[in-house]
Ligand binder design. Sequence first.
Ligand code: NAD
Ligand code: MG
Length: 393
Amino acid sequence: MQSLTILGSTGSIGTSTLDVVGRHPDKYRIFALTANKQVDLLYKQCIQFNPVYAVLLDDGAAVKLRALLREAGLKTEVLCGVDALEAVSSLPEVDTVMAAIVGAAGLRPTLAAAHAGKKILLANKETLVMAGNVFMDAVRESGSALLPIDSEHNAIFQALPHDYKGDMAGSGVARILLTASGGPFRTTPLENLQQVTPDQACRHPNWTMGRKISVDSASMMNKGLEVIEARWLFNVDACDIQVVIHPQSVIHSLVEYIDGSVIAQLGNPDMRTPIAYGLAYPHRIDSGVASLDLFKIARLDFAEPDFARFPCLALAYQALRAGGSAPAVLNAANEVAVAAFLDHEISFLSVARVIESVLTSMPVHDVACLDDVLEADASARCAANQQVERLRL
Ligand code: NAD
Ligand code: MG
């Protein structure tokens, strides 16, 4: 029986994880569920899964949940705050941590799981973007098993040799082909992008996701973050990763070997597949995902990415090449800009403008520990907020 903490259980990845877990009550038991402030959904999840702990970031929300659970006669203990998120990620009773908080808020609890040597199912790509070396060092030192949940990285993980240890050349790997749907604006002309609304940006053609990652997909920053994520997960350089536009999102990514073989992982665009893979690794379990109907799909298309219409992708490559604190700065500026766009404060095209000006104006520092990351994050947020003021609609 695996004992599981789900960080961000009320989100898109969190609810999909509970869907898979609910199909296998003989294999998985929920130790802790956590959310920002969604009391009602977390309450329902507690009733269904009866965790030992429920954690809310928000104080008032925790008080409400505690009252509701007491009324329902449940023994689940309700905690609140970041320290509690770290605790439920590292307590000895936990085997596996699903890291599915969105954004930089996921960093501290995910890092705590790594220090504690937990099996980590990593959806929170921002952890690797912000603190790639710090996080990977913690994983190595503690002997954590790290399983990528992001569909592309899960596909790459499946297509790499089973004993892959980060030696691309030694494993005969020529390059990684990272697929991207192109998002809702794949074919939208640049002049029309100025006017697009948050709701349009969140209407992804293939995936249902949280609003932040949906906007990232629309700007293709999501793919940029994923290039950085791949750099750390698989120990590859920026030049070893080719982004391939593939609108159907059926091929989740590919690995090319030096003999010309290209191994891909395919499936319906449903996050329950990589989640089930991570949960059961190295075995396979039913995920509830429908069988892939190739006759219905009929064709698969591919194209090169358009860096002129999607400058965020180029900015991510720029940050990766600059190294040090640059990816943390990129991530922070993106989070501030995306939140401002979702709040109708800046236009869609201004998201890239905010990031570019913050990235080019801030010095690149070495990153050796969590504090270095948090410092870069805080100063980039400050600079990004100033840019948002300048570009405010
Ligand atoms: P979401 O917005 O649907 O859910 C986010 C979860 O995090 C919620 O449970 C929310 O309560 C919690 N949360 C938000 N802010 C918090 C804070 N400050 N402190 C503590 N908890 C907080 O997001 P999502 O789409 O499920 O994405 C989660 C992560 O997984 C992101 O890093 C995203 O990039 C990654 N990811 C998502 C998908 C997908 O299909 N949704 C695919 C690949 C990767
Ligand atoms: Mg992805």
